[in-house]
Design a binder for this molecule. Structure first.
Ligand SMILES: Cc1ncc(C[n+]2csc(CCOP(=O)(O)OP(=O)(O)O)c2C)c(N)n1
Ligand SMILES: [Mg+2]
Length: 787
């Protein structure tokens, strides 16, 4: 007999038809079938054009079929939000199919173009997916930060509070706990007294490569308990519990408890004979155990020995329903990877696929007639009408759209430009937010800032002083109470509008991801702004990508940046981040040089993050005070700043040279321009506020056969004119400009690790000072000037 039946999914396990348990067990069986079949169809039945294995995870899916069936068909309420472990995507799609929220066509195209996605995707699979997953660990962490976001909204009464809060639920693979971001999130969650959070761990004791170490046992519980979580362990199912309660049953329990993970897995794979051999050898001296062995044939023995609670619907339901408060809870659900399938327990089963013969006998055992593979209720012994009625009445059903469509928050027509002849963009940013904080109304109320322990050093101090720090409880500022003078007023309360995080950039991006989805997830638009040091974007880059992948909307202010943070030295400098800005989908980046540019861009960003089809915005700022242009900004200039570039000094007719610069090197570019203009008065000076926008516009225009912004700007130069590009960033950020109009190019920039120094020394050492620009221009022009 096939292990599918031996494994406990057979009819004999089912309770009386008519009750909830029978329906859920029938659906569990169908979910397993559909997920397995979906993968089989994609790999074996759909024609392949490229010879690539399609994949899909039959074993990982089988591992969570019970847990997910219980959740989606009985436990979840409309307001709950879920992150499903990435490789359980087929189970997720099968469940949505049974709920009528997924089409057969999409399932047939699983992992194909336009079909159900390999890993649940908010943007591609639609409203049923609350949180995308894919990079293990991040979806789990995301639920914790979503819970903070939910508290933020509820405690401020920005969302209706009639209903209890939604539970933020992660269905996690056990190996996800190897990812560091989980621990960063856990500690942060403890600090924020996080509530309404469930992490359900699919504890199959297998990862991709291997069976996990036995020494891990007990660590997970302890870890969660240390963080103030409730830990609920679902270890043995009802069959095993009954056996343990019988004569000599405790010996059986002790034997399983002591059984190494790898031996247990191997025996799961071998089946009844394997169990019998080992039990005979180890426990035959106990009459109670002998009785069990005598009364169970191989199939029944296998069913008994694999009766872990994570596959026992009644145990799973009891555990979930027993939790009724909002204390964060970790469920450790013992499961078997590949449960019910021929490769159950095999250590190599992660990428394993059933072959056609195995599938054919599995199909027979599941009672699915040929041709009825996609039928929602085929082969189940609960009548179709009863299952349909059950599905129509599950708590999640009829909850209306799962995603909220929210009105945008009106952004003022302009943001105040801070006064001052010499300003850094970072200072300007801090003062602008301070000014916004002093105002009132919806706009200022919806801004929420967050920072990983660099609130003060990224200049959010004024904002925080005026708007306070968010905390579930009222907490006074002790320094203030004790009359200790400080520029920072850190009052904490539910009214605060800054979420202070510990130093963990990954947490920052997950928090921004959660706040940036507050509209669709919870029904109220927030305007999230996160600050960090530019070099540490890399520290959280996967989480940043994760946030963008699911179209979370936020503004990232990265400062200080480049080697311009001079005395801070090489360990803090950033080089490649503007390239990240260029390359990261869903994120538009800018590097303004002046405060008036920043005012235009910050305003634009606040609308862009709310625009349909918009995205998140990254502003790369600097601590370097530089002289500010005193100029009015008219509509055309504002549009050019947003489009990515404008001529700060117009080129004269037939110009043979132009300098294009980005960001904090503006003074050097201006000085070089002035010097060069003595000999070449037509020389132009191009201010590039966004290499990213300029590049994407150029590319799109070329593909369409149109003339883009960059091409139009550079057309002002004589054909073949030399272009010197310069920025405090990797030279590739701007060097592509040479390809726009076929201009010879001299790309200046930083491509080595830096060191401490002042700006003058460092700019000279790394070749981005005034002299370097002049030299580069002179040499290049000599090459191309006639004679
Ligand atoms: C950050 C990241 N690294 C590696 C992978 C590749 N990967 C996918 S699943 C997996 C193992 C997951 O094991 P576990 O979480 O225990 O899941 P299950 O046993 O349920 O399949 C790995 C390494 C990934 N998706 N994300
Ligand atoms: Mg696992």
């Amino acid at each position: 007999m096939l292990r599918a039946l031996e494994g406990g999914l057979g009819r004999e396990r089912q309770a009386e038809p008519g009750d909830k348990l029978a329906c859920l067990m029938a659906l569990e069986r169908k979910v397993l079938w559909l997920s397995t079949w979906m993968i089989h169809n994609a790999n074996h039945l759909r024609p392949s054009r490229d010879g690539l294995k399609v994949g899909g995870h039959q074993a990982s899916s089988a591992s969570v079929a019970t847990l997910m069936t219980a959740l989606y068909f009985d436990v979840l309420r409309p307001q709950d939000r879920v992150a499903v472990k990435p490789h359980a995507s087929p189970v997720f799609h099968a469940i949505q199919y049974l709920r009528g929220r997924q089409t057969r066509d999409q399932l047939e195209r699983f992992r194909g173009f336009g079909g159900a996605q390999s890993y649940p995707s908010r943007t591609k699979d639609g409203e049923t997916v609350d949180f995308s997953t894919g990079s293990v660990g991040l979806g789990v962490g995301m639920t914790l930060f979503a819970s903070i976001a939910q508290d933020y909204l509820r405690l401020k009464r920005l969302v209706p509070t009639r209903d209890p809060p939604g539970r933020m639920i992660a269905l996690a693979g056990d190996a996800e706990l190897d990812e560091g971001n989980i621990f960063e999130a856990l500690l942060e969650g403890w600090k924020h007294d996080v509530r309404s959070l469930w992490w359900v761990i699919d504890y199959n004791r297998q990862s991709l490569d291997a069976v996990v170490s036995d020494r891990l046992f007990g660590r997970i519980d302890a870890l969660f308990e240390m963080m103030g979580w409730r830990v609920v362990t679902l270890k043995y199912g009802r069959l095993l519990e009954a056996a343990f309660a019988g004569p000599d049953g405790h010996h059986l329990r002790e034997w399983i408890d002591a059984c190494p993970n790898s031996l247990y897995s191997a025996l799961v794979y071998k089946g009844g004979e394997g169990w019998r051999e080992h039990l005979l050898r180890d426990l035959n001296r106990y009459p109670g155990i002998r009785a069990i062995l005598d009364s169970h044939d191989d199939a029944a023995l296998h069913r008994l020995m694999t009766n872990l609670a994570g596959h026992d619907m009644a145990s799973v339901l009891a555990a979930f329903h027993a939790v009724t408060d909002d204390r964060p809870t970790c469920f450790i659900a013992y499961t078997i990877k590949g449960y019910g399938l021929p490769f159950a327990g095999h250590k190599d089963n992660h990428a394993g696929l059933m072959n056609k013969d195995q599938m054919a006998s599995f199909q027979r055992d599941m009672g699915v007639a040929l041709g009825a593979e996609w039928e929602p209720f085929a082969g189940l012994d609960v009548p179709e009408e009863q299952l349909s009625a059950f599905l129509a009445g599950v708590p999640m059903a009829g909850s209306g759209p799962r995603r909220h469509d929210v009105p945008a928050v009106a952004v003022p027509p302009s943001l105040p430009v801070p006064r001052g002849n010499r300003l850094s963009t970072q200072e300007a940013f801090g003062r602008m937010l301070g000014e916004i904080a002093a105002g009132d109304g919806e706009f200022a109320e919806r801004i929420v800032t967050t920072s990983p322990d660099v609130t003060v050093s990224t200049n959010l101090g004024l904002w925080v002083n005026r708007r306070g720090i968010f905390d579930r409880a009222e907490r006074t500022d002790t320094f203030r109470e004790e009359n200790v003078v400080s520029a920072q007023r850190w009052t904490m309360s539910p009214r605060g509008q800054h979420i202070e995080l510990g130093i963990a950039e990954s947490n920052l991006f997950l928090q921004l991801a959660a706040l940036g989805l507050s509209g669709p997830l919870f029904g109220t638009q927030l305007l999230p702004i996160g600050t960090l040091y530019d070099p540490f974007i890399k520290r959280g880059q996967d989480a940043l990508n994760y946030a963008c992948y699911q179209d979370a909307r936020f503004i990232l202010v990265a400062t200080p940046s480049g080697i311009t943070l001079a005395p801070e030295g090489g360990a803090h400098q950033s080089v490649g981040e503007p390239l990240t800005g260029l390359a990261q989908p869903g994120l538009t980046s800018f590097e303004p040089a002046f405060a008036d540019e920043l005012a235009i861009l910050l305003r634009w960003a606040l609308e862009e993050i709310q625009r349909e089809g918009g995205g998140s915005v990254y502003l790369r700022l600097s601590t370097r005070p530089i002289e500010q242009p005193q100029r009015p900004i008219d509509q055309d200039l504002a549009e050019a700043i947003i489009a990515g570039a404008y001529w700060l000094r117009e080129p004269g007719p037939g110009a043979m040279l132009a300098i294009a610069y980005s960001g904090a090197v503006a003074p050097e570019a201006l000085a070089a321009h002035q010097a060069l203009a003595e000999d070449l008065p037509e020389t132009g000076l191009l201010a590039v506020t966004s290499p990213d926008r300029l590049h994407s516009d150029w590319r799109a225009a070329r593909v369409q056969g149109e003339v883009g912004v960059a091409e139009r700007l550079l057309a002002r130069l004589r054909p073949g004119a030399t272009l010197v590009t310069v920025g405090d960033c990797h030279p590739a950020t701007l060097s592509w400009l040479g390809a726009v109009g076929g201009n010879p190019i001299v790309p200046l920039g930083v491509d080595r690790f830096g060191q401490s120094g002042d700006v003058a020394d460092l700019y000279r050492a790394y070749g981005i000072d005034t002299e370097a620009i002049i030299d580069a221009a002179a040499r290049a022009c000599l090459l191309v000037l006639p004679g």
